[in-house]
Ligand binder design. Structure first.
Ligand SMILES: [Cu+2]
Length: 348
């Protein structure tokens, strides 16, 4: 009897599934409307500034770079990984294409061949008296040792790649703090005056106008210098998100209450797209990531355009300030109490 009840409940559930799916579909509209005011005002301003790329930054210092078709973005009918622009990405893609895929192909064909032989040669019609063999030491050693060797061949490059991906950043690495919000990204630059970039998805018409892929393009990009290790500190403000750039073989969860760290180094100038890769709510699919990689001087210009300070220049000023503080302490012994505080302020 309970069987019938369960069956009916299950059937009812299945019938209602499309309805719940519809309800989920309807959801994005509501939070979208909530988030819209900021976007809408941006839209309203955009047409006026259409001739110049609407980055909102001083065009003398920074204009958003055009992406290269097929680079840093998915392509229609694509089967392989995206072209890799980081060292770890190149190694990872090589492991996949030169080691894993051939091994998998050979193993699959070998097992298929064994199955076919068994099906044909040892079927009941062709082999009415089945063998009673239960042990064969030689074969057992072979089918243990060969898989162990295969796993070793895979493990060596794989573990070295894993270790390389999580090597700590060098002392002088640029730090970028990435925060996942429901449903957009924030990038702050603590080494450059701690300004924060808020990055929202571009509406379709604007993405098209800028020649960028819709649902991957954003209004304000994360910008980093080319060929330099960037210490990425990644966290979530509300729920778990995940920061991912497929072309750089980079993905790390953004978890509220903790900071995950990983080095991002991209060796080619360009624009690379990614998406939030952890289901984070109704507009999870609408919080793309755009990373623009620039030569260092252009990157510095971008920092200035955002009102930030350039790392090297700041250090020079700091050095001067410290020297001043030292001079003061030397000149006036009575201010020794005040001087350390001043020096500390200068460092800060
Ligand atoms: Cu997310």
């Amino acid at each position: 009897m309970t069987h019938y009840v369960k069956a009916w409940i299950l059937a009812l559930g299945l019938i209602l599934t499309p309805a719940t799916a519809m309800a989920q579909d309807a959801l994005p509209a509501a939070p979208g409307a909530e988030a819209a005011p900021a976007e809408a005002t941006a839209d309203a301003e955009a047409p006026a500034a259409e001739a110049a790329p609407a980055s909102g930054l001083d065009p003398e210092l920074y204009t958003p770079m055009k992406p290269t078709e097929g680079v840093g973005m998915p392509v229609d009918g694509g089967l392989d990984f995206q072209p890799q622009v980081s060292e770890t990405g190149k190694q990872a893609k090589w492991i996949n294409n030169a080691i894993l895929l051939p091994i998998m192909t050979v193993i699959c064909l070998f097992v298929l061949a064994l199955l076919l032989i068994v099906i044909v040669r040892f079927r009941r019609g062709a082999n009415p008296e089945p063998s009673k063999t239960t042990h064969n030491t030689f074969i057992e050693i072979v089918w243990t040792v060969i898989p162990v060797l295969i796993l070793l061949v895979i493990a060596v490059p794989s573990i070295s790649l894993l270790a390389k991906q999580f090597e700590p950043a060098p002392e002088d690495a640029l730090t970028v703090k990435v925060t996942g919000y429901q449903w957009y990204w924030g990038y702050s630059y603590p080494d450059n005056g701690d300004f924060e970039i808020i990055s929202n998805m571009l509406p379709e018409d604007e993405a098209n106008a800028r020649g960028e892929p819709f649902q991957l393009a954003v209004d304000n990009r994360m910008v980093i210098p080319v060929g330099k290790p960037v210490k990425m500190l990644i966290t979530g403000a509300d729920v778990i998100h995940s920061f991912a750039i497929p072309a750089a073989w980079f993905k790390l969860d953004a978890v509220p209450g903790r900071i995950n760290e990983k080095v991002l180094q991209i060796d080619e100038v360009g624009v690379y797209y990614g998406q939030c890769s952890e289901l984070c709510g109704a507009r999870h699919g609408f919080m793309p990531i755009t990373v623009e990689v620039l030569p260092e001087d252009k990157f510095n210009d971008w920092v200035r355009a955002n009102g930030g300070t350039v790392k090297g220049e700041e250090a020079v000023e700091e050095g001067e300030a410290e020297a001043d503080a030292d001079a003061e302490t030397a000149a006036d012994e009575t201010t020794t109490e005040g001087a350390p505080a001043e020096a500390a302020a200068a460092v800060n």
